[in-house]
Write a protein that binds this ligand. Structure first.
Ligand code: LLP
Length: 383
């Protein structure tokens, strides 16, 4: 991924910055698209994973739709060129302003997470003289077996409508004249690496869908969310996630009704492996028990290690000497500002260029300006 020429270009730039390899992104998109097409599945890219315009443009050109979680994401997706009818709007706390904006743009559907929200959408759609299409996000109580902070489909989570509330909701929905219920939506969590979890999800979705059919409600589209994990320890060897197995599970275990559309909202699996956080070593400091490689990127640029105890592979792109162990830390005034402990790196010195890998998803979008940090524009490369 890092040719000598690319490293030379990195050296000329102010660090830290995000680097995106558009060639890798295109290769990934090509693979997702071919497996999704094989089973006639639709992809809506989860914009929250990375909303940089050049990335969105690549994804839009591939013909995917957009899964948005704020009015600003909806507006950006439309601006970048996603057809309004390929935009979905999800989230537990959509405001009136955001709902009105989405109605004005004419998005495909709202993924709704409570009866209170449906009431408001009905009211606002009436004012706009429209019928709003909605999907119900249902909490299927399936354990995603991922980090607790990115699990979303358990009873204890704030997301979705609980199955116990469905009978009352279905009765009430009939009174909402400006709502058309056309779909069901599920998303149980992110960075899911145990594929059996998706099999369990399919079985639960089948049961729930049958319940709706028994109540005379036809489901035109099923949305299975995102969640496919990536291999953070092998960013090059496993650059493209196993979309084949993933889609095959849904093909095998999901009971699809005739003419039913099936959607996925993939984020991380599409964009994570094309992004790297590029940083410079500012100092190498000898500690009591360890050496610290202090780099100029911090939790302000990549929050995942501090927030989820995640590890992103760290490569020194400019030194090829013998390996030594370093605690790789950032400059922010927090002890959690650490990218990795006892990381084996070639002997590292001030000025070396470091790549923190697999940072294309939930990296740049989650950055902050804490400590009044500078921000440097992203750098895009392609072969
Ligand atoms: N659909 C819904 C409703 C979601 O909430 C999410 C992610 C996705 C789709 C996309 O999931 P993906 O395919 O990317 O797993 N910041 C965390 C991840 C938060 C995920 C939020 N929801 C992290 O850095 O790990």
């Amino acid at each position: 991924m890092f040719s000598q020429d690319l490293v030379e270009q990195f050296k000329l730039r102010e660090t830290p910055f995000y680097h995106y390899d558009l060639t890798r992104l295109r290769e990934t998109i090509k693979v997702v698209k071919s497996f999704a097409q094989e089973y006639d599945f639709d992809i809506h890219y989860a914009v929250k994973a990375n909303s940089n315009e050049p990335i969105l443009q690549e994804i839009n050109q591939a013909g995917f739709g957009a899964d948005c979680v704020s009015g600003n994401e909806v507006k950006l997706a439309a601006k970048v060129g996603f057809a309004p009818q390929s935009i979905l709007f999800a989230g537990v706390g959509k405001t009136d302003k955001e709902i009105n904006e989405a109605l004005a743009i004419g998005i495909k559907a709202f993924n709704c997470e409570s009866v209170q929200e449906i009431e408001v959408i009905n009211e606002l759609a009436e004012k706009a003289n429209q019928i709003a299409e909605i999907s119900l996000r249902i909490n299927p109580n399936v354990d995603a077996k991922t980090h607790k902070y990115i699990t979303t489909g358990l009873d204890e989570n704030k997301f979705g409508i609980n199955q116990i509330d469905l009978p009352e909701l279905v009765t009430r929905i009939k009174d909402f004249k400006h709502i058309s219920l056309t779909g069901l939506h599920f998303h149980i969590g992110s960075q899911i690496t145990d594929m059996k979890v998706f099999q369990g999800l399919c079985l639960r979705v089948n049961e729930i869908q049958n319940w709706f059919t028994d109540h005379g409600i036809h489901i035109e589209h099923l949305n299975l969310g995102g969640g496919l994990g990536i291999d953070y320890l092998q960013p090059d060897e496993k650059a493209i996630p196993d979309f084949e197995t993933y889609f095959n599970i849904f093909h095998q275990f999901l009971e699809r009704k005739p003419d039913q559309k099936v959607h996925f909202e993939l984020g991380r699996s599409i964009v994570a492996q094309c992004g790297n956080l590029i940083s410079r070593v500012v100092y190498v400091k000898t500690g009591i028990n360890t050496n610290f490689a202090i780099v100029d990127a911090g939790m302000t640029e990549l929050m995942r290690p501090a927030l989820y105890q995640s590890y992103h592979q760290i490569d020194n792109l400019t030194s090829h000497s013998d390996l030594r162990d370093y605690d790789v830390v950032g400059p922010i005034c927090e002890s959690t500002d650490c990218f990795g402990k006892s990381v084996a790196l070639p002997e590292t010195s001030r000025g070396d260029i470091i790549a923190i890998r697999s940072a294309g998803a939930y990296g740049e979008v989650m950055r902050s300006q804490y400590n009044l940090r500078d921000h440097h524009e992203a750098f895009y490369s392609q072969l």
